[in-house]
Design a protein around this ligand. Sequence first.
Ligand SMILES: Nc1ncnc2c1ncn2[C@@H]1O[C@H](COP(=O)(O)OP(=O)(O)OP(=O)(O)O)[C@@H](O)[C@H]1O
Ligand SMILES: [Mg+2]
Length: 279
Amino acid sequence: MDTKICIRELNKFYGAGERKVHALSNISLNIAAGEFITLVGASGCGKSTLLRTLGGLEEYSDGDILCNGKMVNGPGADRAMVFQSYSLYPWLTVSENIRFSRRLKNKRENLTSNDVEIASGRADALIELMGLNHVVNAYPSELSGGMQQRTAIARALMVKPDVLLMDEPFGALDAQTREVMHDLIRYLYQLEKTTVVFVTHDVEEALYLGHRVIVMAPRPGRIDSIIDVPFGMDRDQDLKLTPEFNQIKREILQRIRETSGIKTNLEQLEKLTRQSDSI
Ligand SMILES: Nc1ncnc2c1ncn2[C@@H]1O[C@H](COP(=O)(O)OP(=O)(O)OP(=O)(O)O)[C@@H](O)[C@H]1O
Ligand SMILES: [Mg+2]
């Protein structure tokens, strides 16, 4: 399979002196074209930093990132990002938000009217696919969280990116809406075969969506382990009920717990409770 993203010996530091943080330590990873990668790990292990660096929104201290064989030195139309906060333009309607990135691209590339017509067809298809037909003329403030996130995903897909980078995109949604979004994103993925790098703190979500789950560990931020998910991509929600799924989920959770550095000291807790009882 072709390599879409190649990360080699990547290091990233924030700050200096006593405040220096080794956010990414010697990260090396090849991501194949059409692969769905999920990143999990304890809070502060560098998931967002890695994703933003891939998106060209953060500089890195040393190492290389190549996308389609070219060095990543900044943002590019080949890589689209979706964040947890929906980041839609509040003064534009759903339809205008979705078409916005395309308008910018048109300006850059002097596309012909035929290209624009095709793009417009793509916008209509994405609106249909995302179930947004009835709210195309609504403003973001008039939408539910799920609708806002579907709009943000449609906007990211408008430019037909090679790589879709998502940072906890469903983190703010309730459990039922999240399940609907999982099946929607999987359906989209099957259609478009975009390479996806998806950050989440939800191990079940990571396992349900990914070909490979990358478990990261903090201080310094690094790759702890890589799990090849042994289920074909033709999945449904029942997979989550199987013993195999739950066994791998437990193993990943165990790794995250062990590397988080947060210890539940029961003796200290009991002491605290005794002290507060006697006040
Ligand atoms: N702009 C910044 N300036 C200084 N330090 C930063 C900055 N952004 C992140 N860090 C530090 O880098 C480390 C990795 O942070 P990052 O946000 O990538 O973690 P994360 O895995 O996404 O965490 P979470 O699960 O809580 O979102 C942390 O120690 C964090 O404090
Ligand atoms: Mg984060």
